[in-house]
Design a protein around this ligand. Structure first.
Ligand SMILES: NC(=O)c1ccc[n+]([C@@H]2O[C@H](COP(=O)([O-])OP(=O)(O)OC[C@H]3O[C@@H](n4cnc5c(N)ncnc54)[C@H](O)[C@@H]3O)[C@@H](O)[C@H]2O)c1
Ligand SMILES: N[C@@H](CCC=O)C(=O)O
Length: 517
């Protein structure tokens, strides 16, 4: 087995790669508007009621129509998953891991096509879509290898005349609920972590991006996944989500999404329902209000600071839980220079259709997001000084110009609430200690970065900047599976650390077996 190494990103300065992407977009365009069924126990189920997936860059373009699960279908899927668990849990972990490796190989071969689906369904610009697919491959390769290790169990002490074993066994049926913003990587990672550990899965992808999840189901089947191991049941969060979260046969819930929904799931999952014989486990990865702290002009590379802030704030239009939505800068000189440079760089970003390779800032996902973000822009106009952007237009797609507010009070709404769009708030701190205080002054604790060359300040941040993923002298997005395990503190979630060495254990329970000889 070759040691794990992350999937390289595609170099789009190479003409051949650009051409491959254009060809893939053409292929996907010729396949838009198709119908997709649900998949339960391998059976295709078509319903009258559909989730319609639209292209956010062109509101009238239908990406696909996906059958929509209701409570009856969710119940059927639960029964299938529950039965399949009895056989799947006994399948050799090596075989389970090999399905992941085979799926990784298929995804790698179809990388351009799958990326093009993300460009159409989630409005991901080329490089962002490519990174999302690469991360999906990484999860497959990494978790497959992690399972091979875990299958050996862990050594425990033995007294003379005894044999002691410590092994990990699966939990049961897991409900996997994924978000639209990493519609491939997070959907893949959370699904395969649950299945490779021997659990069966009810996969409810986000309603904005169900087509790419269907494509992955086909890949899992092609890779040899038996029917019923992962069941594909897109549906309303409120209807299907609540039903499955409450279900007495649900053993665990792996949720990635907003704080509001994550907290609701956690509360509901704590209630024991009739016939339930376990305490449900909840893995919940939620929102962020992530900050980049820039040290004073003597201690920080201000150009690096401005570049890092802009890339972290506006990559995929700020629709990342890791996105920089607050920039906190120490001292007048650094503050004035960084604000000016951030505004300049922001104004240079190309806003447009992500199918165009020049586009950096894509439209936001849907009408609901457009409304919420533009309301925050109006709030921002009262809470700060607009230094870039502020315009928006939803006549064709959900386009919002990257927007920067300076001189924002740390307690202002745009400094406290997750906007999840291309909006950045900037504020000044009198010294490094105050900058860290401001950085920690939200209910979240997901990512953060510090731009500084002062070793003592970096050490202080390492101890006191309370985030799950802390970066020095770089931006605060783009964690790599196996290199920077990802997950946050406080209201950012249960710190499950996706892509880390402990992640699979969250889907298993340890059994201690002791024999007296
Ligand atoms: N911490 C992380 O790793 C991480 C990663 C990606 C996104 N996020 C967060 O996700 C959010 C954006 O994603 P979103 O808009 O898809 O989030 P969301 O909470 O609206 O939806 C996430 C999923 O939950 C489902 N859902 C909605 N109501 C439900 C209910 N009552 N019961 C069960 N499921 C329900 C949705 O259908 C979707 O599949 C942001 O807050 C972002 O910060 C966090
Ligand atoms: N893991 C991604 C963020 C996932 C949430 O949206 C990053 O590190 O940027």
């Amino acid at each position: 087995m070759i040691p794990y190494k992350h999937e390289p990103l595609t170099d789009f300065s190479i003409e051949e790669n650009r051409q491959k992407y254009l060809d893939a977009l053409k292929k996907v365009e010729s396949e838009l508007g198709k119908d997709y069924p649900l998949i339960v126990g391998g059976e295709r189920i078509t319903t009258e009621d559909k989730i319609v997936s639209y292209n956010p860059a062109n509101k009238t373009e239908v990406v696909g129509r996906v059958s929509k699960a209701n409570k009856e279908i969710a119940e059927k899927a639960m029964q299938v998953a529950d039965q399949t668990f009895n056989t799947w849990k006994k399948v050799d972990p090596v075989i389970r891991a090999e399905i992941l490796f085979k799926a990784a190989a298929i995804v790698r071969r179809r990388k351009f096509e799958l990326s093009a689906w993300l460009t159409k369904e989630a409005a991901k610009p080329w490089a962002q879509a490519d990174a999302d697919i690469a991360e999906g491959i990484d999860f497959l390769e990494y978790y497959g290898r992690q399972m091979l290790e875990l299958a050996k169990g862990k050594p425990v002490e033995e007294l003379p005349g005894t044999i002691n074993k410590y092994v990990y066994i699966p939990l049961g049926v897991g409900v996997v609920i994924s978000p639209w913003n990493f519609p491939f990587a997070i959907m893949v990672g959370t699904t395969v972590a649950a299945m490779v550990t021997g659990n069966t899965v009810l996969l409810k992808p986000a309603s904005a991006t169900p087509v790419i999840a269907y494509k992955f189901m086909e890949i899992l089947e092609e890779a040899g996944m038996p029917p019923g191991v992962v069941n594909y049941i897109p549906g309303s969060g409120a209807e299907v989500g609540d039903y499955l979260v409450d279900h007495p046969r649900t053993r665990f819930i792996s949720f990635t999404g907003s704080r509001e929904v994550g907290v609701r799931i956690n509360e509901r999952a704590a209630i024991i329902h009739e016939g339930q014989i376990w305490i449900k486990r909840v893995i919940a990865e939620m929102g962020g209000k992530d900050a980049i702290v820039v040290d004073d002009a003597e201690n920080a590379d201000l150009e690096l600071a401005a570049q890092s802030i802009v890339a972290s704030a506006f990559g995929f239009s700020g629709q990342k839980c890791s996105a920089c939505s607050r920039a906190i800068i120490v001292g007048d000189e650094a503050y004035n220079k960084v604000v000016e440079r951030v505004a300049e760089l922001t104004n240079e970003l190309v806003v447009g259709d992500p199918a165009n390779p020049e586009t950096y800032v894509n439209p936001v996902i849907d009408a609901g997001a457009f409304k919420k973000i533009t309301e925050y822009i109006e709030i921002g106009k009262k809470e700060g000084r607009l230094v870039a952007g502020g315009q928006y237009d939803d006549s064709k797609g959900y386009f919002i110009h990257p927007t920067v507010f300076a001189d924002v009070d740390p307690n202002a709404r745009i400094m406290q609430e997750e906007i999840f769009g291309p909006v950045l708030a900037m504020t000044k701190a009198k010294d490094f200690d105050e900058a860290l205080e401001i950085a920690n002054n939200t209910v979240y604790g997901l990512t953060g970065a510090v731009i500084s060359n002062n070793r003592f300040h970096l050490q202080k941040a390492a101890e006191d900047f309370h985030v799950g993923n802390l970066y020095f002298n770089r931006g605060c997005t783009a964690a790599i599976v196996g290199y920077q395990p990802f997950g946050g503190f406080n209201m950012s979630g249960t710190d499950s650390k996706a892509g880390g060495p402990d992640y699979l254990l969250l889907h298993m329970q340890a059994k201690s077996i002791s024999e007296t000889l």
